[in-house]
Design a protein around this ligand. Structure first.
Ligand SMILES: [Zn+2]
Length: 706
């Protein structure tokens, strides 16, 4: 009976096309789908949404975090093999471990010794204290270090330089304190700024070395209760991390722009622009405190005072010197990307790519194992469904923590295939450190993300993720500065995770998302299974929610009749970016921007027109296969049109002309123009504005082509 009624309705739908459904109380069609295929999609999503399991995510997470698994280690390899086997069991095809050999130095020796007043010596422990009841914290996990620190040794007076930004050194210079030849002590900052920028700044100012420490005001006791009583960092927690200059070029520093496949050409280390020339060491608050307390000299400005409960001074004299020593082994090591796919039935050559990295600084409770556990559930759940129309490619990256390494090498290796066939890339690095949804993406994907967030339930409130996020109001204290975007999505993309090669090198539309919350144990031994179980996601329900969101987005991209990209929001955002440049440019330089302003206008008109054409096609009684494929193909190439093979001045690997990261990882829009404006270089500004205008004209040409 039920079946008979349903097929009767289906026939009726066929006869009446979209009109029948729009008259019924059923929800409006999903963007990218006709009314008819939209109801089929919703039916398959209902099936999908039941599959992700919080308990299974917990089990995967416990296993992934049971041992440290830094990139290139035996445990990292073992997890890659475990993952490969699970993916095969889940029914994925072409499951493989892809190996790249890359420069991946480990530290063999790190020492920091304070020499205060005559002969009094004190040595930093470089250890994190064990916590009763958390056996993971009582193991020896090796010496903490900054990846790609230079090797060396120096003994020099210490200068406290606040956040280690250029303005901080300017302030010191104004007090007559020269950093040259001295050791800079700077703090990790909130809001986030990439530690590599702190290293670069210290290097440029001529420091002999830099120490970056965690101040309790930023992520420790000054914020709230510390682990195991709360989510913040205990006084001995150490934030490891890369300091490589990947805002110049990410991936293997010795193969910039090409893949580290066997036999690949390698440049000399001295020619690698992404390698720091300065020594850098991370310190816990527990180890940094005695150094800060020993500093004399002028009192540090108010904004530099931290949560230590004493007055911070800037030092700079022989009264407090440090001997620091770093030895890196400078080895080339293998790293492993796990890939697999579910081949599409209709358009198998069109690729929707989903990715997460596997390597962790230690256990990687949040970063990245929460994302990896969500991905395992994604594979299991999508593997159980009928095949989509387009192919879904799954990638589990390695050495993200070093310099976005395996995603970059893989992207470079498959450049021509991806340029021709990639639809979009969805990145989940850390799936959850709390319940607040954050997403950044190119503006053409705002609608896809928003609709997916309306289709998935927020575990805590029982409302949709979209409703819960809107009710929570504007995000504060997120990891990277955000602005603009639709209400759920930031359209300011910087860097700091594996989407970079897709957006900035290949011109593939990207989404990066996470659930976030108070999190003070980043890259430390305390970022582990117990932390997640107590604070990040008790119950692992947000792990499963992330799997649902990720899966709904991937399915919609893979099944849509016309790829769900909306051009008008992109055009609107670009006009805003152009207006920002115009507001910054001196009056005499405005004419140099006029071609860009006109190109943005024309792109805007073309975007409106193609959005209308897509809408017409999706609402027509019978969708025309040839027309819809032509629309999809053109929409897929728009992002590519924003790239230019010559790249940005000084960093040719970064080819996208709308987006690039600043050295802090903060987003920069229209980077070529913005940097020329910063430099006060009128000729370069005009040239760069012309290149962006040409890119917009290419995109307009694509959209208006018949
Ligand atoms: Zn990560």
């Amino acid at each position: 009976m039920k079946i008979a009624l349903r097929s009767f309705l289906r026939v009726l739908c066929l006869l009446c096309g979209g009109y029948f459904l729009s008259a019924s109380p059923s929800p409006p069609p999903i963007f990218g789908f006709t009314a008819r295929s939209s109801s089929a999609e919703r039916a398959s999503e209902r099936r999908f949404l039941k599959l992700p399991s919080a308990d299974k995510a917990r089990d995967a997470h416990a296993f992934l975090t049971s041992e440290p698994h830094v990139a290139g280690s035996p445990r990292d390899r073992a997890l890659a093999e475990w993952m490969r086997d699970r993916w095969r069991e889940a029914g994925l095809e072409q499951v493989d471990i892809v190996e790249h050999e890359v420069l991946l130095p480990y530290a063999t020796d790190v020492e920091v010794e304070l020499i205060a007043e005559k002969k009094r010596r004190w040595r930093a422990s470089l250890k994190e204290d064990p916590i009763p009841g958390d056996p993971a914290t009582s193991r020896d996990v090796g010496v903490p270090y900054h990846a790609y620190s230079a090797s060396g040794e120096a003994t020099a007076p210490v200068v406290y330089a606040g956040g280690g930004n250029p303005a901080d050194y300017d302030w010191l210079a104004a007090q007559g304190i020269d950093i040259k030849g001295k050791i800079a002590l700077v703090r990790y900052s909130v809001p986030y700024s990439y530690r590599g920028f702190k290293a670069l700044t210290a290097e440029r100012r001529g420091a002999a070395g830099v120490i970056i420490y965690s101040d309790p005001a930023d992520d420790g006791a000054g914020k709230g209760k510390t682990f195991p009583d709360g989510p913040w960092g205990p006084e001995s927690h150490i934030q490891r991390g890369g300091i490589v200059y990947d805002f110049l070029v990410p991936g293997d520093p010795l193969t910039p722009g090409w893949a580290s496949v066997p036999g690949a050409r390698r440049i000399a280390t001295k020619d690698a622009i992404s390698l720091p020339k300065i020594m850098s060491v991370p310190l816990s608050w527990k180890d940094a405190r005695p150094i800060l307390q020993a500093l004399k000299g002028p009192q540090a400005p108010r904004e530099w005072q931290g949560g230590g409960g004493f007055s911070y001074h800037v030092g700079g004299s022989d009264a407090a010197a440090v001997r620091m020593r770093v030895r890196m082994d400078d080895k080339v090591r293998p790293i492993w990307t796990v890939t697999g796919r579910i081949s599409g039935t209709r358009h198998p050559d069109e690729l929707v790519i989903v990715g997460n990295h596997r390597d962790a600084w230690v256990y990687g409770g949040v970063d990245p194992s929460s994302g990896t556990a969500s991905m395992m559930e994604l594979v299991r759940s999508l593997g159980a469904l009928p095949r989509p129309k387009r192919t879904i490619v799954f990638a589990n990256w390695d050495a993200e923590e070093f310099t976005l390494t395996s995603s970059t090498e893989w992207g470079e290796q498959h450049e021509s295939d991806l340029a021709a066939h990639a639809v979009a890339y969805i990145n989940v690095d850390s799936a959850t450190s709390g319940p607040s949804f954050t997403a950044s993406a190119v503006p053409s994907l705002n609608r896809l993300i928003t609709e997916a967030a309306e289709a998935v339930i927020d575990p805590m409130t029982g409302r949709t993720i979209a409703a819960a996020t809107r009710a929570a109001g504007p995000r504060v204290g997120s990891a990277l500065p955000t602005a603009g975007g639709s209400d759920l999505v930031s359209n300011r993309l910087g860097s700091g995770s594996d989407y970079t090669v897709f957006l900035n090198f290949l011109g593939v539309p990207v989404i990066d998302m996470s659930f976030t919350g108070p999190y003070g144990v980043y890259h430390s031994i305390y970022d582990n299974h117990l932390w997640i179980s107590k604070f990040g996601d008790p119950g692992f329900r947000y792990h499963a929610a992330m799997t649902r969101l990720w899966g709904v987005m991937a399915l919609r991209l893979a099944n849509a009749d016309i790829v769900p990209f909306e051009c008008a929001p992109y055009a609107k955002r670009i006009r805003e970016f152009v207006d920002e440049m115009a507001a910054r440019a001196p009056r005499d330089d405005q004419s140099a921007l006029s071609r860009l302003v006109a190109a943005a206008e024309r792109f805007s008109k073309a975007a409106d027109a193609i959005d209308r054409a897509v809408d017409r096609e999706l609402h027509s009684t019978a969708i025309d296969e040839r027309r819809s494929q032509s629309l999809s193909r053109r929409l897929m190439q728009v992002e590519r049109a924003f790239t230019d093979r010559a790249g940005l001045p000084g960093r040719p690997w970064y080819r996208h002309l709308i987006y690039a990261p600043r050295p802090t990882y903060a987003p920069e829009v229209l980077p070529g123009v913005a940097e020329a404006l910063d430099a006060g270089d009128r000729a370069r500004m005009a040239e760069q504005a012309g290149r962006v205008a040409a890119a917009l004209e290419r995109a307009t040409g694509l959209l208006t082509a018949k």
